[in-house]
Design a protein around this ligand. Structure first.
Ligand code: M6R
Length: 619
C-alpha cells in the first residue's frame, strides 16, 4: 500500500522532477489513492513541496494552477491511509529540519508511539497524525548530528520496528535521494545521467527498462551518475541488474475506458504469454524449476498460500495437481496459514501465488514456510518484487502490468501457471502418460482463442448489468473448478460494485445457503460440461431447479450446446467447449465483465474502488 517514486536527473535547464514524479505516481496510484504529494529540490538547494488529500488528479490540478519551482531531485507519494485519515496534513511528504528535509514512507512503523513521545519531549512539533512524520523528525535529528543524509537514515532505521520503505531528500544535498527498505518494496531504475526509485518498475518504465531490486534491510543512494546499495550495517551489497519486460504503453490505458476494461481484454494474451516457451510438442518444460527438480521429485504434499483472487486461482491448482500428479494439495489463505503453527517439512512444497509479489501476508507466510524447512515455489507477475526473491524458485506469469485494483488477467495467468505446474509435476512423478499430457497441452493452448470468443459476447453481459444496477444481493454457485469461479465472481461484485455477494459450492446449498433464496434473488450458476465424466452436470442442473422453485432468477454460465439448462435459467451465457479443468478460465471471464459493468452502471470508479489498494503491503 502506498506508492513511492524518487528521481535524480541532470541539473540545469530542463529540470523535470515534477513531470517524472507525477508520471510515476500516475502508474502507482493503484497502490493507494487517499492523497498524493511531491517534494522537489532544485540545484540552488531550495526544497519545495505540495501535497493534497484525494486522488492524484487533485494534486495535478493544484500544481497546474500554482506550479512548484522544478528541480533535478525529487520524491513523490500516493497514499493508502493507515495512521491518520486522508487529509492534506497526513499526506506525504512530511517535512522536518525547518522544511529542509522531506520524507515519504510506505508501511507501518510499529513503535512510532514511543519514538514520538521521545521527540515530543524534545519539543518537536507534529503537524500530522502519521507514524511517518516521526521518521522525518528522527532523520532530521540524526542529520543535524552526522551531516550525511545516508548515515542519518541508516541510524534511524536501526531504531524502527515494522515495515517501511523510506525515501528522503534534503535541501542541503541537491542531486541525492536516499532510500531504505524493510518488508516493503523498493526497486531502482537505471537511466542515462538519471536514476529512479519506485515501489515497482511501473514507476519508471516510461524512462528506462533497466532495473535492480533493493533487498531486505538494504539502503540505496541515487545520484544522477551513480547508484550505491549498502546493508543496514553500511556494508556494500552486490545487486543484479534485470531487464523489465513490460513496456511503458502496457501501463497506460491505451484508449480503453478503464484499466480494468483493458486488462479484461488482455486475458487471452495473459494466458498465451504465460504458456509461451513452456509448452512444445505436447510437453511442458519449466526450465525455471530446474534448480529445484531433485526436491520436487520427493515432495509428498503441496500447500498453496495466497490471498484474495490469487487464493481462488490456487483452488484451481489444487484440483489440477491432485488429479494429474496424485499428490495431496491444501489451499490456505496466507494470513491464516502463518499463525496456525502448520506442520511443514522438507517434503512439503509451498506454492505461493501473488500478482504483485508484495502482499505482506503472503510474503510473511513464504518466509515462515522456508524457516520451517519447506521449499517455496512462487507464481508471480511482477519482476523485481519481493516474494520471488524470498522463494526457492519462481514461475513468472506474463500477464503484463495489472493496474486496476480488481485482479482479472492475473487470475487467468495464475490458473494457467498452476495448470503448467500440475502437468510438470505429473511428468516428474510419472503419473500421466505422455499422450495424456499432450492432450491437456493441446487443450490449454486453445484457451486464449476461446477466451477471445467469450469476450465477443460481452455486450450481452453489459446489458444484463445495466438491468441489475439496483440489485442488493447476488449469489454465485459452482461445483469443482466452478466453485473458485463462484468465489471470484462474488469477490468482484463486492469490491467493484459494493453489492453483497457470496460464492458457494453448489453442493453446500441445501446445508444452509438455500435459506437465502427468495423471489427475485439473482443467482449466477457455473454449469459444468454435460460431457464431464464425473456427472456433475445433472447435479448442478438439479441445484438450478431447486433455487428456481424458490423464486431465484438464474443466470447460467454453460457450455455452448448445453440444452439441458435452457428451460430452467432466465439467462444463459455460453462459453466454448473446453477440457473440464480449463472451463474455469472461460467461465470466469463473463464474471469479470459483469463485475466491471455493474460497477460502471452504478457510476462507480472501476479502477479504484473505495477503501482498497492493489498491493496489500501491511498486515
Ligand atoms: O498481489 P496479490 O496477487 O498478492 O494480491 C492478492 C489480493 O490482495 C488480490 O487478489 C485482491 O483480492 C484483489 N483486490 C482481488 O481483485
Amino acid at each position: 500500500m502506498c506508492g513511492i517514486v524518487g528521481y535524480v536527473g541532470p541539473s540545469g535547464a530542463g529540470e523535470k522532477s515534477v513531470e517524472v514524479l507525477l508520471g510515476g505516481l500516475k502508474r502507482l496510484e493503484y497502490r493507494g489513492y487517499d492523497s498524493a504529494g511531491v517534494a522537489v529540490v532544485d540545484s540552488e538547494g531550495h526544497l519545495d513541496s505540495r501535497k493534497r488529500a484525494g486522488k492524484l488528479q487533485v494534486l495535478v490540478d493544484d500544481l497546474e494552477a500554482d506550479p512548484l519551482t522544478d528541480g533535478a531531485t525529487g520524491i513523490g507519494h500516493t497514499r493508502w491511509a493507515t495512521h491518520g485519515g486522508p487529509t492534506d496534513a497526513n499526506a506525504h511528504p512530511h517535512l522536518a529540519d525547518d522544511g529542509k528535509l522531506a520524507l515519504i514512507h510506505n508501511g507501518i512503523i510499529e513503535n512510532f508511539s514511543a519514538l514520538k513521545a521521545e521527540l515530543l519531549a524534545e519539543g518537536v512539533e507534529f503537524l500530522s497524525e502519521t507514524d511517518s512524520e516521526v521518521a522525518a523528525h528522527l532523520v532530521a535529528r540524526a542529520y543535524r548530528r552526522t551531516g550525511d543524509l545516508a548515515e542519518a537514515l541508516r541510524a534511524v532505521v536501526a531504531t524502527l520496528d515494522g515495515a517501511f520503505t523510506l525515501l528522503v531528500v534534503h535541501a542541503d544535498q541537491p542531486g541525492v535521494v536516499v532510500g531504505a527498505r524493510r518488508n516493503s518494496p523498493l526497486v531502482i531504475g537505471l537511466g542515462d545521467g538519471e536514476n529512479f526509485l519506485g515501489s515497482d518498475v511501473a514507476a519508471f518504465v516510461a524512462y528506462t527498462r533497466r532495473a535492480m531490486s533493493v533487498g531486505q534491510d538494504q539502503m540505496v543512494t541515487i545520484r544522477p551518475d551513480s547508484v550505491e546499495v549498502v546493508d543496514f550495517d553500511g556494508n556494500p551489497v552486490e545487486t543484479t541488474e534485470f531487464d523489465i519486460d513490460w513496456d511503458a504503453s502496457a501501463a497506460e490505458k491505451g484508449g480503453w475506458s478503464s484499466f480494468m476494461a483493458k486488462e479484461i481484454s488482455e486475458e487471452p494474451e495473459a494466458v498465451a504469454k504465460t504458456l509461451l516457451g513452456r509448452v512444445a510438442d505436447g510437453a511442458v518444460t519449466l526450465h525455471e524449476l530446474d534448480g529445484v527438480a531433485d526436491r520436487l521429485a520427493t515432495i509428498d504434499r503441496v500447500i498453496v498460500i495466497a490471498c484474495g483472487t490469487a487464493a481462488y486461482a490456487g483452488i484451481l491448482g489444487k484440483y489440477a495437481i491432485e488429479q494429474w500428479a496424485r499428490v495431496p494439495v491444501e489451499v490456505e489463505l496466507a494470513h491464516e496459514f502463518r499463525y496456525r503453527d502448520p506442520v511443514l517439512d522438507e517434503k512439503t512444497l509451498v506454492v505461493s501465488i501473488s500478482q504483485s509479489g508484495e502482499t505482506m501476508d503472503t510474503l510473511m507466510a513464504v518466509k515462515y514456510a522456508r524457516e520451517q524447512g519447506a521449499q517455496v515455489l512462487s507464481i508471480c507477475n511482477t519482476q523485481g518484487s519481493t516474494i520471488p526473491r524470498e522463494s526457492d524458485a519462481v514461475i513468472y506469469t506474463h500477464a503484463g502490468p495489472e493496474v486496476a485494483v480488481a485482479s482479472t488477467k492475473a487470475f487467468v495467468a495464475q490458473g494457467t501457471a498452476l495448470f503448467l505446474l500440475g502437468l510438470h509435476l505429473a511428468t516428474l512423478r510419472g503419473t500421466m502418460t505422455s499422450e495424456a499430457i499432450a492432450e491437456q497441452v493441446t487443450d490449454l493452448q486453445a484457451i486464449p482463442e476461446k477466451i477471445e470468443r467469450v469476450l465477443e459476447s460481452s455486450e450481452r453481459i453489459s446489458t444484463l448489468a445495466g438491468w441489475m444496477a439496483d440489485t442488493r444481493s447476488v449469489l454465485f454457485l459452482g461445483r469443482h473448478v466452478g466453485y473458485p469461479i463462484a468465489l471470484e465472481g462474488a469477490l468482484k461484485l463486492k469490491e467493484l460494485a459494493y453489492i453483497h455477494a457470496e460464492g458457494f459450492a453448489a453442493g453446500e446449498l441445501k446445508h444452509g445457503p438455500i435459506a437465502l433464496i427468495e423471489p427475485g434473488q439473482i443467482v449466477f450458476v457455473i454449469v459444468p460440461s454435460p460431457r464431464d465424466p464425473r456427472s456433475l452436470h445433472p447435479k448442478v442442473v438439479s441445484n438450478i431447479q431447486e433455487i428456481r422453485a424458490r423464486g431465484a432468477r438464474v443466470i447460467a454460465i454453460a457450455e455452448e450446446g448445453d440444452a439441458a439448462v435452457l428451460p430452467f435459467a432466465d439467462e444463459v451465457l455460453h462459453i466454448p467447449l473446453a477440457a473440464p479443468l480449463f472451463e474455469s478460465l472461460l467461465a470466469v471471464v463473463p464474471l469479470h465483465v459483469f463485475g466491471m459493468e455493474l460497477a460502471a452502471a452504478k457510476g462507480l470508479d472501476v479502477d479504484q474502488p473505495r477503501n482498497l489498494a492493489k498491493s496489500v503491503t501491511v498486515e
